[in-house]
Design a protein around this ligand. Structure first.
Ligand code: ADP
Ligand code: MG
Length: 192
């Protein structure tokens, strides 16, 4: 049953880019949760202030179960709340991480507005997606990859290693931006 590869991470960490390459290599199915929710109108509200929609989990989860049950190939489910995929379906959960300064550049490129950039960077510093994954899955299934100075292809190759059971170096718990920023003396810049 565990045929799902969950890819989570703060917006801008590279989920969609990485999943698009990975899906070809493993001949799988790519599900971008944000896309699915928009295309199938699986949301209950539009949060205009935060320029986002609130997914309707009561409709999204049955839809996901249906896709997972009917699939005969591996499925990559990616999104910043991808830990909603029930644990019994999940083979591994990969959390993409990015240094806040680099994430700021990537989100500026995506034309996110300033308040949204700030909110996402703070979530990345505090490790919100990793925390959520830890609440959803056994620790043994969760890996984190720092994409800051890697190319998308390098990130994909690491995921392939993890899928082969060679992910020891990427077990969750090694990335701590709070400590990194404190050392750099830049923590207040992101929280002022
Ligand atoms: P997300 O789906 O997580 O919001 P995207 O894939 O849409 O992120 O955007 C990530 C951006 O970061 C892309 O422009 C991508 O080219 C860039 N990028 C730089 N390095 C990496 C990397 N190692 N892995 C993934 N994306 C990267
Ligand atoms: Mg995306």
């Amino acid at each position: 049953m565990s045929k799902v590869i969950v890819i989570s991470g703060t917006p801008g960490t590279g989920k969609t880019t990485v999943a698009s390459i990975l899906v070809k290599k493993i001949k799988g199915i790519h599900i971008d949760l944000s896309d699915l929710v928009l295309k199938e109108k699986l949301y209950k509200e539009v949060d205009e202030k935060r320029e986002t929609v609130i997914a309707d989990l009561d409709r999204l989860l049955p839809k996901l179960r249906e896709i997972i049950r009917s699939a005969n190939s591996p499925i990559i489910v990616e999104g910043h709340y991808a830990e909603i995929v029930p644990s019994k379906f999940v083979n591994v959960a990969i959390i993409l991480r990015t240094h806040p300064k680099e994430l700021e550049k990537r989100l500026e490129k995506k034309n996110f507005k300033e308040s949204k950039i700030r909110e996402n960077i703070q979530a990345e510093i505090l490790g919100v997606c990793s925390y959520n994954a830890l609440n959803a899955y056994e620790k043994e299934k969760i890996y984190e990859i720092d994409t800051t100075s890697k190319t998308p292809n390098e990130t994909v190759n690491i995921i392939l290693e993890i899928l082969e059971g060679k992910g020891e170096n990427y077990k969750i718990g090694k990335i701590d931006w709070l400590a990194v920023l404190e050392k750099e003396g830049t923590l207040s810049y992101f929280f002022e």
